[in-house]
Design a protein around this ligand. Structure first.
Ligand code: TRP
Length: 328
């Protein structure tokens, strides 16, 4: 079947993926493979803008690759690769930087936030983060970029850079990408308040053992207004219930919904059931992940093959770009 166009997305090598990564991004990456020609990149160079100690960079990149493959990324059709394995992206980044006004970069909310978080390390690469991201996207002539809503300013920025580049060099080689929001609804952490994230340590990793998962789930904050077991609860404001809706069979969800409201089921019980259902849902993922992890050479070979296929596309685009810029 002919595919509808090309999808590209980058994912930072933060180590093992958690439930928020899965529901917010990875699940969509997997689904998009049915309709689009997909390119997924683990962005190790972007990681260097915030990570100073790189001892874990290789391992984190490998763990992320395992999670993506175990979740259903199909490396025979989809290109899965590591950003630094295709150095053309850094060349394109430099050329795009010449049509990027500095003030636009320093005005971006994402930059300001990072500069606030790491005032001792406001490096040049951090300012250029969105330019490198633009290079990632346009190097593969991408039509659609699936990302969370927090990345929307970066996609808008990429579109502007593409227009400036094409205008300055009187060319059409670069394509303006469209964004596809992958993040509905937002997944909260076990605190029930903040978005799930590793840095807040409120996350549940997909690759935990069933027992570790159960322990994490039992720490989850439920309806904050329900104080005693005999108080009726409100599933509408309970983070555990919102996850039940994703991982628990429909009849059980209906039962929990009714029983919680009349204090027929307590939060401890409700969380135990959730842990069981979550573990059950993650079983195939975990089996596949363990199988892949037992053959690390094969995973390395998959990433190498992905990089080789990515370089073919990248080199073709770069030949056009160098020509458009009239590099001697
Ligand atoms: N900035 C993205 C993030 O933080 C990661 C990323 C890098 C990306 N390059 C990309 C996403 C290209 C989409 C397309 O999640």
């Amino acid at each position: 079947m002919a595919k509808k166009g090309r999808v590209f997305s980058g994912i930072r090598p933060t180590g093992r993926a958690h439930l928020g990564n899965y529901l917010g991004a990875i699940q969509n990456y997997v689904a998009l493979q049915d309709e689009y020609d997909c390119v997924y990149c683990i962005v190790d160079i972007h990681a260097l803008t915030t990570v100073e100690d790189t001892v874990n960079l290789k391992q984190n990149t490998y763990e992320m690759a395992l999670d993506l493959l175990a979740a259903g990324i199909r490396p025979e059709e989809t290109i899965l690769f590591v950003q630094s394995h295709v150095p053309q992206v850094m060349e394109l980044h430099t050329l795009l930087s010449m049509v990027t006004p500095l003030g636009k970069l320093t005005d971006l909310p994402t930059f300001k936030e990072k500069a606030r978080q790491q005032p001792h390390n406001v490096n040049y690469g951090l300012v250029g983060y969105p330019v490198l991201m633009t290079a990632d996207i346009v190097l593969y002539k991408t039509d659609i970029v699936p990302v969370g809503i927090d990345q929307a300013p970066h996609i808008e920025f990429a579109r502007e850079v593409v227009r400036s580049f094409n205008y300055r060099y009187n060319t059409k080689v670069l394509i303006e990408p469209d964004m596809k929001n992958t993040e509905v609804p937002k997944v909260l952490g076990i605190d029930g308040k903040e978005k799930m994230s590793k840095s807040l340590d409120n996350h549940i990793e997909l690759a935990l053992t069933p027992e570790e998962t159960r322990q994490r789930v039992m720490m989850m904050v439920t309806d904050p207004q329900r104080m005693k077991r005999t108080d009726p609860g409100n599933p509408d404001i309970c983070n555990v219930f919102s996850l039940h809706k994703i991982f628990t069979p429909k009849e059980d969800v209906d039962m929990i919904n009714t029983e919680c409201r009349r204090a027929g089921i307590g939060c401890v019980d409700c969380k135990k059931r959730f842990a069981e259902n979550l573990n059950k849902a993650l079983e195939p993922f975990r089996a596949k992940r363990a199988e892949l992890a037992s053959r690390p050479d094969q995973v390395v070979a998959i990433l190498e093959d992905g990089a080789r296929r990515a370089r073919l596309i990248a080199e073709k685009t770069m030949a056009e770009v160098r020509e458009a810029v009239q590099l001697p």
